[in-house]
Design a binder for this molecule. Structure first.
Ligand code: OGA
Ligand code: MN
Length: 207
């Protein structure tokens, strides 16, 4: 299985980001990898490893299911060949973004996310008030045969005041500029799985 992303696909993502601030690639990864990642997410959820996501940072963190109802687990390198393969694809994307758009992205963090039926995430920006390191968001969807009627779209609020609904279809990667794109996750009638991550710039504070 190819460990890197086709360069034409990377070029599409970069051109879309430069032109409109977001990009949707419906066939980002091989189906075998998508299936393995979905199995891994479900296995971890069944073991109880996914915990209710919080909002905010540090001491300001709180769990508010009225704001977001997903359960997450942050991913570490070395968990499985599938996870490492996905991390390698994101590393390729990070390098391409730096090479072509000079974004100075230093690292990448991601988590599995499971939205039980009915769960949602209200309209938000992927940035914390006190931390602007998150520059590019990348959401990879793991749901085979997603049907439009099942809900669960990621609704993007675009600069021209229109919206765009993205279906969480297995194999699709949605990339967008974290600071510029308000978005929300609509409730679904079935479980909704994803691998959501952020490319970050260096922080100003010397921690
Ligand atoms: C998030 C988020 C979108 C999605 O976790 O910040 O907006 O489609 N996720 O899962
Ligand atoms: Mn978000």
């Amino acid at each position: 299985m190819a460990i890197s992303t086709d360069s034409a696909l990377l070029t599409h993502i970069i051109d879309d980001l430069a032109e409109q601030g977001w990009s949707l690639q419906p066939m980002f990864a091989p189906q075998a990898l998508t299936l393995e990642l979905a199995d891994e997410c479900r296995k971890r959820a069944a073991q109880g490893d996914l915990i209710p996501a919080s909002i905010g940072r540090g001491a300001g963190q709180e769990i508010r299911e009225g704001v977001r109802g997903d359960r997450i687990q942050w991913l570490d390198a070395g968990w499985s060949p599938a996870c490492d393969h996905y991390l390698a694809l994101m590393e390729g994307l990070r390098q391409a973004l730096n090479r072509e758009l000079y974004l100075g992205l230093e690292d990448y963090e991601c988590h599995f996310a499971l939205y039980p039926p009915g769960a949602f995430y209200q309209k938000h920006l992927d940035r914390f008030r006190d931390d602007d390191r998150r520059a590019v968001s990348a959401v990879f969807y793991l749901n085979q045969d997603w049907q439009y009627q099942q809900g669960g779209a990621l609704r993007l609020y675009l600069a021209d005041e229109t919206t765009r609904d993205v279906q969480p279809q297995a194999g699709s990667l949605l990339v967008f500029l974290s600071a510029d794109m308000p978005h929300e996750v609509l409730p679904a009638s079935r479980e909704r799985l994803s691998l959501t991550g952020w490319f970050r710039r260096r922080g100003d504070d010397p921690l």
